[in-house]
Structures are given as structure tokens and as C-alpha cells.
Design a protein around this ligand. Structure first.
Ligand SMILES: C[S@@+](CC[C@H](N)C(=O)[O-])C[C@H]1O[C@@H](n2cnc3c(N)ncnc32)[C@H](O)[C@@H]1O
Length: 265
């Protein structure tokens, strides 16, 4: 399902990306005056962080979702940034065009991950960094797993149907699987990190309302299921959160895997 409604994405997952991007950028070790590719740039969260990090860095963001690319152009209007439509498995750039290629929260999207990673390596100069960072979807993204638990309690058959309809791909939900992918694509001097971060939610509404924008496949499913169940899933979500954290603000902690390697050729 294509990504839609970029403004809603920014509220839904972008709030996590904004927290994660500086940690990932520091891990990747991007340096000033470098030309960096942001693969699956979405609304431009990582690109903006990279631009703020160093005075002379240049960023090119690429993403297949045209509405996200347009949005990124609008919200990241730097002369040092450019955003283009394109997908990772056929990057529209010459070989060795970048000093580094990064991708944040995108690996799960690739229909052919080895092909995409080889493309990232191809467009990176010899000695440059190719890095990725993705959620541990097994139990490291509580905003989504809390919803799944609520859906399981209220509409288990619908949840099972949704899971069965999902495109089955290698999920790279373990750090060593991502590292093996990097190694298999010829990247060397591998480095890995576990990035944990917390986000405060002033209320359950603050967590739930951005689901209703349906910007991602997951949030669109959540919105539709809640509608079909007459609001029962959101009600259950609220009960679960209040039972766990009380009725005031609460904090969720997420975990992401990060892997970086060096383009050897
Ligand atoms: C979860 S979002 C992450 C966006 C952004 N990097 C961030 O951290 O906020 C996933 C992004 O991957 C993009 N995407 C999907 N398939 C892709 C592909 N084959 N190549 C590159 N990007 C892709 C989507 O359009 C979407 O913008």
C-alpha cells in the first residue's frame, strides 16, 4: 500500500523519525561537505537533520511516493537539498555519486532488499558509508504493537486476515539478519548499534488521532478496523493504556537496529 497523506505521516511516524534521525546520523558518521543520499526520504525528516548537522553537507532525498517528495521539497527548502521521485531498487543516479547513502525506517519496504542495498552501494563512492536503521518490529515499536493487541482483543479474525494479506518478505527484524544482508551485498567494516528511544504522549488521543490519517498501510488498517468495530478498538486501546500507565501522560520506548558498512569498490 503506498504511503499517502504526508502531513499525517509526520504526526504519526514522523514524530518517532525526528527523535531517531539524529541518533542514526551520529551512528552513520556523516561528515561536513559530504554529499549524502537519503533513500526513502519520506517527508524529509532525516534530510533536514543532516542539513542541520553540518554547514556544507548536501542532501539528495529519493522516494517513490510523489506526494511525500513534494511535501519534503516544501518543508525542507534548503539550497543544499534536493528531492526526487525514485525507488531504491533502481536509483536514478550515476555510480559513486555520493559520499554516503543512508536509509531510515525503509528496509521493510524493499521488495528485493539485496537489490536495493546493492544499488545503495553502487551509488556510493569507494570508502563511503552505506547505512540503515529500522525498527525491531518483533517487540520494539510499542505504538504499533499496542494497537495490534487492542485489535487482537476486539477483532482477532480481522487482524488475522490483515496479517495474512500482508506481503510476506524477509523482515530483517534481527540485527544479525541486517548485518548478513550488508555483508552479502559486499559491504565491509560492518558496524552495528541498538538505538533505544522514548517518546512522551500527553494523552491517549495524542497517540491515537494520527492513526486516523491513514498515511501508512498500518494506520489505514487501524483507522478502517476502528470504524468497522464502531470505535471498539480505540476504546480497548485506551483501556489498555490507562490500565498500564494511568490517565495522564505516558512514555513509550522503542528499539531500532542500525547497521553501517563501507562501500569497498
Ligand atoms: C516508514 S517511511 C520512512 C520515511 C522516512 N525515511 C522517515 O524516517 O520518516 C517509509 C518510506 O519508504 C518509502 N519507500 C517505499 N518503498 C520504497 C522503495 N522501494 N525505495 C525507496 N523508498 C521506498 C515510502 O514511500 C516511505 O516514504
Amino acid at each position: 500500500m503506498p504511503y499517502t497523506n504526508p502531513a499525517s505521516y509526520d504526526e504519526f511516524m514522523g514524530r518517532w523519525s525526528r527523535r531517531l534521525a539524529p541518533r542514526f546520523a551520529a551512528f552513520a558518521g556523516v561528515r561536513d561537505a559530504e554529499r549524502v543520499l537519503d533513500v526513502g526520504c519520506g517527508t524529509g525528516v532525516l534530510s533536514r537533520i543532516l542539513l542541520d548537522l553540518e554547514a556544507d553537507i548536501e542532501v539528495i532525498g529519493v522516494d517513490p511516493a510523489a506526494s511525500y517528495v513534494e511535501y519534503a521539497r516544501r518543508v525542507v527548502p534548503s539550497p543544499r537539498a534536493r528531492f526526487e521521485i525514485g525507488a531504491a531498487d533502481a536509483l536514478p543516479f550515476a555510480g559513486k555519486a555520493f559520499d554516503a547513502s543512508l536509509s531510515l525506517l525503509v528496509l521493510q519496504e524493499f521488495a528485493d532488499a539485496p537489490k536495493a542495498v546493492r544499488e545503495m552501494a553502487r551509488v556510493t563512492r569507494q570508502g563511503g558509508t552505506v547505512a540503515t536503521c529500522k525498527w525491531d518490529f518483533r517487540d520494539g515499536m510499542p505504538m504499533l504493537s499496542l494497537f495490534e493487541q487492542a485489535a487482537e482483543a476486539v477483532a482477532p479474525e480481522a487482524l488475522a486476515r490483515h496479517r495474512a494479506e500482508r506481503v510476506v518478505r524477509p523482515t530483517y527484524d534481527r540485527l544479525e539478519d541486517i548485518a548478513a544482508l550488508w555483508e552479502g551485498c559486499g559491504l565491509t567494516e560492518l558496524r552495528t548499534a541498538v538505538l533505544e528511544l522514548s517518546l512522551e504522549f500527553p494523552s491517549v488521543e495524542d497517540l491515537w488521532l494520527p492513526f486516523l490519517g491513514g498515511s501508512t498501510g498500518f494506520s489505514a488498517f487501524a483507522r478502517d478496523l476502528n470504524r468497522e468495530t464502531g470505535g471498539a478498538v480505540a476504546k480497548r486501546l485506551r483501556e489498555m493504556i490507562e490500565a498500564e500507565y494511568g490517565t495522564s501522560e505516558f512514555m513509550l520506548t522503542a528499539r531500532a537496529w542500525a547497521v553501517a558498512g563501507i562501500a569497498a569498490t
